[in-house]
Write a protein that binds this ligand. Structure first.
Ligand code: GLA
Length: 732
């Protein structure tokens, strides 16, 4: 790994073994992107890639008439007012109404390690995952604003982390109307565009489409990263597949409104951009103030989509997740939501807990309904004190009993919300986002608290601090069950209303930060109606996320497959639930449900008391098997084999850290009449090693090339829909 500056050519070259990233300073002081791809020699300059020449309908850099044009040269962080006519990375409104900027290169510095971002989550470097950071400083003379571009390169991961900082040193106030985290200009358009889309209960399905001239974008303006789109995109070569070929992944470490966009120019170049969505965003800066954009991560792979995922998984597991639960095996949990919904008593909870403990479950999670007047979803949010009618002996006694069963205790909260039927609302009817003269859209009878207002933030912090400091709580499920609409604050000035969405996210992060510092032993799981806020921003604070409210095993194949493009198995909550499934009414076997939920942080979400004796035994075996291989299921190298988006047979595998065990999940959605013989081709085995399966021995190279035969009778369910198989390959 290194960061080279060629003084004569004013050229920066960031490199590690796998990739190079090169840009240089143009004669007008702007930065031009020259190269991003597989590692190239540092022995030479790449300034020959700065191409000029006369073209029609073109504006040029002053003094370089008919030669250098920012309409054609690729930019590092494009701005408006320089001849570049694409969507810029940022835009600054000035006191005289101008939006023109001209930031010129000043100086650079290189620091070892990685910059942290004030108030924002970001990846970090460690001794095992060292990084170096280049900070390039630019300056706009007219507004007297400093712009810092930060680039951190990791030595052992093909990752470049970028963000920008705007610092106002001049006397005039400026307003950022757009401040994306990066743009990446690429020299050709021969890519397909991948993103993870869906909706509630079908989150992060993989979408792939060819690029066309013009803008293609995904975004969220909902206040959370959303179930509809994840703040991620990838550009892959058309011939790239899961296992080979070039792909660039771009992920935003942020949990609010975002824009991810690819603009294909008429000259067949690409500008990819990602950052906070410029709509409903503005940020005022007066002298001495600064604005830091969220971090964007660029990951480069020549090993296909799985190569990209391996890099993201390592990065997130080792350089994003923090605290005591980093790298630690996660407990098998039981969550009472689908077992009881709001209808529970202390007695019912304890009966369920006893049964769970007997089956080997390690953590009991008390979901929604334990606080305030919360008998249904119409009341109680905002009042984080126990409901004495539901739990007459209080939380301490319940927790003590659950701990007495040898289980940890977890609790559900939804701190960003308020019901109008709550004490909090009655005391503070103006604490949620709303405009007094306008309609307020209810969603699940709830409203979003104005976290941009410090008094609101402090009240919720104090309530949660009280809850967590006075009870022996081991786990928290932090939910967020509606999108932000009518975002207006009666507590803010007109000129600050454009800051609310981002201030909201910053204070959600601040609340997480405080609570995780106050209670470092607590395992936090984030949730937003399932996976509406499954993003790297929240993973920084909460190392696991409830992947989706959809617990159907077959639907989960697509959801978990898509989620795994970016997020490691340790971060994905995956539960066995009842049949018929509550979301889609499908009936699948307990075996298949187990085989799907093994690949993640496993739990149960059903009334265990209704299981037959045979099912009880099976659950016990599932839990034992999972615990035996838990480190592999949560932290092993995960590889996708057969995609649910392409066919009815789905497969994936996970390899243990010592490489001795490979566990393959093999699933059939719908059976086909008169099906042909099937084989599965495992990946990343040791070529020469001997692996055992069902009493037979196979050489690694043979399994990878000739495959392993899958017989219909291998499936417990036999020749049927929704059957599954878990193949355990053991190295001899
Ligand atoms: C959301 C969550 C569920 C459950 C309910 C409780 O929908 O995703 O898991 O916690 O809220 O209201």
């Amino acid at each position: 790994m290194g960061i080279q500056f060629r003084k004569e050519e004013q050229e920066f070259h960031l490199f590690n073994e796998e990739m190079s990233y090169i840009f240089s300073v143009l004669p007008n002081g702007h930065l031009s992107q020259l190269y991003y791809g597989p590692r190239v020699s540092t022995e030479q300059s790449y300034s020959y890639l700065i191409q000029g020449g006369q073209r029609s309908l073109t504006s040029y850099i002053e003094g370089y008439e008919n030669d250098l044009s920012l309409q054609h040269l690729r930019q590092e962080y494009a701005c408006y007012g320089t001849g570049d006519v694409l969507s810029p990375a940022f835009e600054i409104a000035q006191e005289d109404g101008s939006r023109l900027s001209h930031f010129k290169y000043q100086e650079y510095r290189v620091v070892s390690g990685k910059s942290s971002l004030t108030g924002l989550p970001a990846t970090y470097s460690t001794t095992d995952y060292p990084a170096e950071t280049l900070i390039v400083e630019l300056f706009d003379d007219v507004t007297q604003t400093v712009l810092e571009l930060h680039y951190s390169i990791f030595s052992s991961l093909p990752v470049l982390a970028r963000h920008a900082v705007f610092r106002q040193v001049g006397e005039q106030s400026i307003t950022l109307e757009r401040a994306l985290s990066l743009n990446l200009d690429l020299p050709d358009k021969d890519y397909e565009w991948i993103h993870l889309d869906g909706a509630w209960s079908r989150e992060r399905h993989i979408q792939t489409s060819p690029l066309h001239q013009g803008v293609q974008s995904i975004y969220s303006l909902k206040g959370t990263s959303s179930s509809e789109h994840n703040p991620f995109m990838a550009l892959k070569r058309p011939q790239t597949d899961e296992h080979q070929g070039e792909v660039i992944g771009i992920s935003l470490v942020y949990s609010g409104n975002f824009l991810a966009q690819v603009d294909v120019t008429p000259y067949e170049q690409v500008r990819a951009s990602i950052g906070i969505h410029p709509d409903r965003f503005s940020w005022s800066l007066s002298q001495g103030q600064e604005f830091v954009t969220p971090e964007a991560l660029l990951v480069y792979s020549q090993k296909g989509l799985n190569g990209l995922s391996h890099a993201f998984h390592s990065l997130f597991n080792h350089c994003l997740v923090r605290g005591e639960w980093k790298g630690k095996e996660r407990p098998v949990l039981i969550n009472n939501w689908e077992a009881t919904y709001f209808d529970f008593t202390e007695e019912k909870i304890l009966e369920l807990a006893k049964e769970a403990a007997a089956l080997g479950v390690e953590l009991f999670v008390l979901d929604d309904g334990w606080f305030g007047e919360r008998y249904n979803d119409q009341a109680g949010l905002g009042d984080w004190q126990v409901n004495p009618h539901k739990l007459p002996n209080g939380l301490p006694s319940l927790i003590q009993n659950i701990h007495g069963l040898g289980m940890k205790f977890g609790i559900w909260i939804e701190p960003e919300m308020v019901n109008k039927d709550s004490n909090l609302y009655r005391q503070h009817p103006d604490w949620h986002f709303h405009h007094p003269k306008r309609f307020q859209s209810p969603s699940r009878y709830q409203y979003v608290l104005n976290f941009a207002e410090d008094a609101v933030f402090e009240n919720i912090y104090q309530q949660l601090y009280q809850l967590l400091s006075s009870h022996d709580i081991d786990y928290v499920k932090w939910d967020m069950n509606r999108y932000l609409t009518e975002v207006f604050s009666v507590h803010h000035q007109a000129e600050n209303q454009g800051e609310l969405f981002h201030r909201y996210v910053l204070n959600v992060y601040r609340l997480y930060d405080r609570l995780t510092q106050d209670f470092p032993q607590i395992l936090f799981e984030s949730c937003s109606s399932g996976g509406a806020r499954f993003d790297p921003g929240l993973l920084y604070y909460a190392p696991q996320t409830w992947t989706s409210d959809n617990t159907d095993a077959i639907e989960r194949l697509s959801i978990q497959y898509g989620t795994s493009v970016l997020y490691p198995l340790s971060s994905m909550g995956s539960h066995v639930s009842a049949v018929p499934n509550h979301q889609v009414s499908r009936i699948t076997s307990l075996t298949t449900r187990g085989h799907v939920s093994h690949f993640g942080s496993m739990g149960y979400e059903l009334n265990l008391l209704q299981l037959s004796e045979e099912e009880r035994q099976q659950v016990k075996e599932q839990i034992n098997f999972y615990k035996k291989h838990r480190a592999t299921f949560q932290y092993g190298e995960f590889t996708r084999l057969l995609s649910p988006f392409e066919q009815d047979i789905v497969a994936w595998q996970v390899k243990s850290a010592d490489t001795n065990t490979v566990l393959i999940g093999y699933y059939r959605k719908l059976i086909q009449a008169n099906e042909g013989f099937k084989r599965i081709y495992p990946k990343h085995l040791d070529e020469e090693a001997i692996y055992e399966y069902k009493g037979q021995s196979f050489r690694g190279s043979s399994l990878m090339r000739a495959g392993l035969v899958v017989e219909p009778q291998d499936f417990e369910a036999g020749f049927a829909d929704f059957a599954s198989l878990l193949i355990e390959l053991k190295k001899r």
